[in-house]
Design a protein around this ligand. Structure first.
Ligand SMILES: Cc1ncc(COP(=O)(O)O)c(C=O)c1O
Length: 378
């Protein structure tokens, strides 16, 4: 186990992807900010708040290639994407085009939007294994109709851990006047982000997953031309008549902002610990899982084993099995904490996968434990 991470060594931890894990030096910065707020709450929230938030946002803006006025802290990607979904002016019959690989909670968001505004979520099949960005865009565009208003896609998917070619999608969507709403929950810290170049209209990502910041740190990016449209979910003092996007988002009532203020420390921690080398080592472990579980099941992988398609997290299809029992037995009998994910294809078939995440604290023995457990259990 890596000395900076506080994870128990009682389990083989292969699920960084769900909630992240924060190294001790960053966690100490987080706790120091919490103590600072308690020392003089009125000074902290009334006099220092905007300066501290602006400074932390500036660090994050540099890291993700955005201008600071287009960026806001939110608690998590769910909140950021909900702020967009509930702010946009939908009309009855509008279609939101998406893939079959999206995060279930956000599908629920779009269903709720549908019940409220009469929009429809269109889940477009994506042929697997993934090949070129062009093939992806062509497949997605088969779902575009005259009613399509927006495209909602993950940058890195939850059940299948695939990197989607969102830059190409955003480029074509822009030409055709469609909004792009990108769920970047898994991207920050795993793949380089340059939001200006990427061209998404709306992008929300978590710092608490792969950037290893404390839990409850995420951001929402909105392209300047849409700033006026977006409101936070909680309207508070930030939302005065002439407030900017950043001002509206920045004050949503009294909150614990210590996680936001620790994001610069998380960025510095990865920079100072040669995280590019860590990512490379993690990718090598993910490639091993790709090869060894593929050989074990004989099932075709979802993509080639290349960094264009996955970095530190990889998902492999499983043969028919009871996912709840498999997950429980991996933990109980082999001490392996790993998610068994699933997605349902547009024609109603449910597919199960095992999704392995690798972070600085993982090693060869963890791959061996997973492969051993799956070999026996499958
Ligand atoms: C693709 C994707 N989007 C959104 C989320 C939600 O993240 P959060 O709970 O931090 O909002 C997740 C969580 O795993 C995810 O995998």
């Amino acid at each position: 186990m890596h000395p900076d991470f506080m994870l128990t060594d009682e389990v083989v931890f292969l699920n960084h992807g769900s909630f992240g894990a924060c190294p001790r030096p960053v966690f100490e910065v987080y706790q120091a900010w919490q103590r600072e707020a308690e020392r003089q709450p009125v000074a902290f929230f009334q006099r220092r708040y905007d300066g501290l938030m602006d400074e932390a946002r500036g660090h994050l803006a540099d890291y993700v290639g955005a201008d600071v006025d287009s960026l806001a802290f939110v608690v998590n990607a769910t909140e950021g994407l909900n702020a967009v979904a509930w702010s946009l002016p939908w009309a009855e019959g509008d279609e939101i085009l998406t893939s079959e690989h999206e995060y279930g909670a956000l599908e629920l968001t779009w269903q709720a939007i549908g019940r409220r505004y009469g929009t429809r979520l269109v889940r477009q099949p994506i042929p697997l294994p993934l090949s070129s960005p062009q093939a992806f865009v062509d497949a997605l565009w088969r779902g575009v109709t005259p009613r399509t208003r927006a495209i909602f896609l993950s940058h890195i998917t939850s059940p299948t851990a695939l990197i989607f070619p969102v830059a190409e999608v955003c480029r074509r969507a822009r030409q055709e006047g469609l909004w792009t709403i990108i769920d970047g929950a898994h991207a920050l810290g795993q793949i380089p982000l340059d939001l200006r170049a990427l061209g998404a209209d709306f992008y929300s990502g978590n710092a608490h997953k792969w950037l290893c910041a404390p839990k409850g740190s995420a951001f929402l990016y909105v392209r300047p031309e849409w700033h006026d449209l977006i409101r936070p979910l909680a309207v508070s003092w930030g939302c005065r008549p002439n407030s900017t996007f950043a001002q509206r988002m920045q004050w949503q009532g009294t909150r614990d902002i210590a996680a936001y203020l620790s994001v610069p420390a998380a960025i510095a921690y990865q920079r100072d610990h040669d995280w590019e080398a860590v990512r490379g080592a993690c990718h090598a472990l993910a490639c091993q899982v790709h090869a060894r579980i593929g050989a074990l099941t004989g099932l075709a992988p979802l993509s080639p084993a290349q960094r264009d398609y996955f970095v530190q997290m990889v998902a492999l299809p499983l043969p028919p099995c009871d996912p709840v029992i498999l997950k429980a037995r991996l933990l109980d009998e082999y001490r392996v904490e790993i998610p068994i994910t699933q997605y349902t294809t547009a024609d109603g078939q449910t597919r199960h996968l095992v999704r392995a995440s690798f972070q600085a604290y993982n090693a060869q023995a963890d791959v061996d434990a997973l492969v051993e457990g799956l070999t026996k259990l499958l």
